[in-house]
Write a new protein. Structure first.
Length: 238
C-alpha cells in the first residue's frame, strides 16, 4: 500500500502547484500591446483596474476596456493594473515589478493617465501615511518626467463593504483609513499639483451590489465605473 502513497502524494503536489500557477497567471498583469495610430489612455492601478472581480471575462468586462468601447475606435485604453499593487514601495508584497510598469506605460506615449492606487495601501499591515504620500507622489513624478505633455487624472478608489459570513471588510483592509486618510490625501495631492481628480469612493459608496466580494467590482460595478468615468472625462473636455 505504501508504494502507492508516494506517487499519489507527488501527483497531488504537482496538481496543486499547477493550479496555483494557473490562479497566479489570472492575477498577473498582461502587457496590452499599443496599437499604432490610436490615441492612448493608460490606466495604472491594482486588482480593481486589472479586473479581478471579472477574471474570466476581464478582456470584456474590466472597466478600462468598457471605457475604451465608450471612447470609440480612435482610442486604445491600456490596462496596467496589477493585483495587490500599492503606491508604497515597502508593503506586504514588494512591487518592484509594478513600478517597472510605469516605464511600459510611458513608452506607449499615452495622452492621458488614469491613476488609481490606495486600496491595498489601506491594509492594516501596509498603512504608513508619510510613506504613502512620498511614494504616491514619486510615481506621479516618474510619469510626469516621462510624459511631460500628458494629462494625469487621479482616481480615488471605490468604497469597501463588509462581506462574507463574518460580515467584515475583506483582505485586512481598513475602511476608515481608505475613507478618512487615503481619499483626502489623494485630493490634497491633486490640488497641490493642479491635477484633476475623480472620486470613485463617493460614487460607489452605498452600492454593495456592485462588488463581488466587498472590494472588487463585478460586471455591473465595472460598467457603472466606466460609465461614470466616461461622463466625468467628457465634462472635463467641455
Amino acid at each position: 500500500m505504501q508504494k502507492f502513497i508516494w506517487p499519489l502524494t507527488m501527483l497531488l503536489l504537482i496538481g496543486l502547484a499547477a493550479y496555483t500557477l494557473f490562479r497566479m497567471s489570472k492575477a498577473l498583469p498582461r502587457r496590452d500591446k499599443p496599437i499604432p495610430g490610436k490615441r492612448k489612455i493608460a490606466c495604472i492601478g491594482d486588482s480593481i483596474t486589472f479586473g479581478a472581480g471579472v477574471t474570466t471575462t476581464r478582456d470584456r468586462d474590466a472597466w478600462p476596456y468598457i471605457l475604451g468601447r465608450h471612447l470609440g475606435d480612435a482610442f486604445q485604453v491600456l490596462n496596467y493594473g496589477i493585483s495587490g499593487a500599492t503606491a508604497q514601495v515597502e508593503s506586504e508584497v514588494l512591487f518592484k515589478q509594478y513600478h517597472d510598469f510605469i516605464d511600459d506605460a510611458v513608452a506607449a506615449e499615452p495622452e492621458l493617465y488614469l491613476f488609481m492606487l490606495g486600496t491595498n495601501d489601506c491594509k492594516t499591515v501596509n498603512w504608513k501615511r508619510d510613506a504613502f504620500v512620498r511614494d504616491y507622489t514619486h510615481m506621479l513624478d516618474r510619469i510626469r518626467a516621462g510624459s511631460p505633455n500628458a494629462a494625469i487624472v487621479l482616481l480615488c478608489p471605490p468604497a469597501l463593504f463588509p462581506f462574507g459570513r463574518e460580515n467584515v471588510i475583506p483582505f485586512g483592509m481598513d475602511k476608515d483609513v481608505l475613507q478618512n486618510e487615503v481619499v483626502p490625501l489623494i485630493k490634497e495631492i491633486a490640488s497641490r499639483r493642479g491635477l484633476a481628480v475623480i472620486d470613485l469612493y463617493a460614487f460607489t459608496d452605498g452600492h454593495p451590489e456592485w462588488f463581488v466580494d466587498g472590494c472588487h467590482p463585478n460586471a455591473e460595478g465595472n460598467e457603472a465605473i466606466a460609465d461614470y468615468l466616461f461622463e466625468q472625462l467628457g465634462s472635463m473636455d467641455a
